[in-house]
Design a protein around this ligand. Structure first.
Ligand code: PRX
Length: 573
């Protein structure tokens, strides 16, 4: 069997010191020196230009109206300078949080780098979030500025009274639209470009990004990353995604989520590739046309999309010329063995599964190019990552193959989150016996391959997006008819899981289809289409423990037809 640590597609360059770690090699390749520049914004734009690749395409963007915008690395350098200077003019200072509440438009991708150049902290948020999801996350970060579009202004205006610290609402497509207090227009295309901007001198530990992620309890937590993360994102982009400077790369993820920043901004632009972005969402025909039109070579997507493509079958594939594709990867949910076999048969290439989290910042367990694949397995720890499986209760490494436990990682890799924003207790709770506990169950086989089993908490993974039950239940309680509720996952053939809500009504309310629809829409508007329950079951009472905690696990087990487990603490049933 091939040793994944000697990835054949990325040979060690001549002159690399013997025994050099994967992280040191990445630092050397990125030209990072002690005290030298290491600002992510600078490394992903100015540095690529300094290497003589300023005229190489950095971004080809296709909008929903069919319009195309192209940017070279020189454009990327100037545009990100311009955004950084504009923010500086708005008195945004290093360390401030700047929220990006934008669709997949160029201003989002460049905005993240502009914020980083200034030394501020970028907080990207999925633009489909409703006003309540937006508010919770802004209340946590206390961002001083938000970049948004006209179409999302309604949601932003709704929360302004509750966010006095938010001084600037920057509208990137304001045109001649009337703006209100605290709102200011910024047109990237029309703006006079700033040729030189001194990127804020950062250290490896300077905060860079805040990505909000859901747990079982409490509101979403902001995983705080640092500029030093680029070392891990660069190394994994090179070795797992196998990106080389002349690739044309498509990451289908939205930068509102971590895949869209680690591997939709930082990874590809630190390598200097041309990346292509499609603003519109999933559509089989449009996706294949996009791959064909741009001659995409490397494609990073997710199991839900792959399942949708599988459903459409192979005929539509034959109508397109996809010969440019040379490498496919997947992330976010379990990639079933069937999908790997199907993609090998249909595209002549398997999708390689990669595993990681918002908190890890980079791919940590993965299939590497050239490594034998076991369909259904997530692969092995990335070189430089020390992983194991620990016991579910004692959190001690199990040391045996085939036994299910929790995935655990030895802290210290460059892109590990440094804290949960203003929530150090929850952060500390993630570590046991010197290991970072990922919160996923898996086992290791005799060859060292990891096999995913499921999450160890009540978080719902719908189409690769984590949704916390607490946030949904809190929003449900705001509906006048709802007395009590529980949000759990229910199986779905395409999205793997969707949200199902169990609802006990207040006296005088009737659980009928009209109310069901009303509650669904209530959640969709306040939180997001992802958090919207696809099913609501009205019930008299919810199963609770003797101490009064709702037993979501039992409701979930019923949905999945799984054994109910220990019910001895159950109060009523
Ligand atoms: O449960 C695992 C699942 O997604 C979680 C991380 O979600 P998030 O922080 O939103 O980041 C998503 C993209 C990195 C994990 O704890 N997950 C991620 N990748 C896989 C996966 N489950 C199974 N197989 C994977 N390859």
């Amino acid at each position: 069997m091939n040793d994944p640590r000697t990835n054949p597609s990325t040979p060690k360059p001549a002159g690399a010191p013997a025994g050099e770690s994967v992280w040191s090699a990445a630092e050397r390749e990125l030209g990072i020196t002690q005290g030298g520049p290491r600002n992510i914004g600078w490394l992903c734009s100015d540095r690529v230009c300094q290497l003589g690749r300023g005229s190489h395409l950095a971004l080809v963007w296709e909008g929903i109206q069919g319009q195309t915008r192209r940017y070279t690395y020189d454009d990327l350098r100037r545009c990100t300078n311009t955004i950084a200077a504009f923010l500086q003019g708005c008195s945004v200072v290093p360390g401030d949080r700047v929220c990006l509440f934008l669709d997949k438009v160029p201003e989002l991708y460049m905005g993240v780098l502009g914020v980083l150049k200034l030394g501020a902290i970028a907080q990207p948020l999925f633009s489909a979030f409703g006003d309540e999801s937006l508010l919770t996350r802004l209340q946590s970060s206390e961002a001083t500025a938000i970049l948004t579009q006209r179409k999302h202004l309604g949601k932003v205006r709704k929360i302004l009274a509750q966010t006095p610290w938010l001084k600037h609402v920057i509208v990137v497509d304001a045109g001649a639209a009337p703006l209100q207090q605290r709102e200011i227009g910024f047109d990237l295309e029309a703006a006079e470009k700033v040729e030189n901007f001194d990127a804020h001198p950062v250290t490896a530990e300077t905060p860079s990004l805040l990505h909000y992620t859901s747990g079982t309890t409490g509101q979403p937590k902001g995983a705080q990353h640092v500029h030093g993360s680029i070392v891990a994102q660069y190394a994994t982009t090179r070795q797992v995604l196998d990106l080389k400077p002349d690739d044309v790369y498509w990451c289908t993820a939205d930068p509102g989520w971590v895949t869209g920043t680690s591997y939709g901004i930082i990874g590809p632009w630190s390598v200097g590739v041309c990346q292509v972005v499609m603003e519109a969402g999933f559509n089989t025909e449009a996706w294949y046309q996009f791959l064909q039109r741009h001659r995409v070579t490397v494609w990073y997507s997710a199991p839900t999309a792959i399942r949708l493509l599988m459903r459409e079958g192979g005929d539509v594939v034959k109508r397109h010329d996809l010969r440019s594709l040379r490498h496919l990867c997947s992330v976010g949910e379990p990639l079933n063995a069937e999908a790997v076999v199907w993609s090998q048969k249909t595209y002549g290439l398997p999708f390689l599964d990669t595993y990681w989290q918002t908190e890890t910042g980079c791919i940590v367990i993965t299939n590497l190019p050239g490594m034998p694949i076991k369909p259904g397995s997530m692969g092995k720890p990335f070189p430089g990552i020390e992983a194991t499986i620990v016991d579910l209760k004692t959190h001690q490494p199990i040391g045996k193959t085939g036994v299910v436990g929790l995935i655990a990682l030895k802290p210290g890799w460059p892109s590990m989150m440094r804290t949960y924003w203003r929530n150090p207790e929850v952060y500390a709770g993630k570590f046991k016996n010197g290991w970072y506990i990922c919160g996923d169950r898996a086992s290791i086989d005799a060859d060292g391959y990891y096999w995913f089993v499921g999450r160890d908490d009540d978080v719902i993974n719908t189409a690769g997006h984590l949704v916390g039950p607490f946030e949904i239940e809190s929003a449900l309680l705001e509906h006048p008819a709802v007395a009590e509720s529980a949000a759990v996952a229910t199986p779905d053939p395409v999205n793997m899981e969707v949200v199902k809500a169990f609802v006990a009504l207040k006296p005088g309310f009737q659980g009928d289809p009209d109310l069901e629809l009303e509650i669904m829409n209530f959640i969709r508007k306040r939180l997001s289409p992802l958090a919207m329950p696809q099913k609501i079951e009205f019930t008299q009472a919810l199963p609770k423990t003797r101490s009064g905690k709702i037993m979501r696990r039992m409701l979930r087990a019923k949905e999945f037809n799984e054994p109910l487990g220990d019910l001895s603490t159950l109060e009523n049933d």
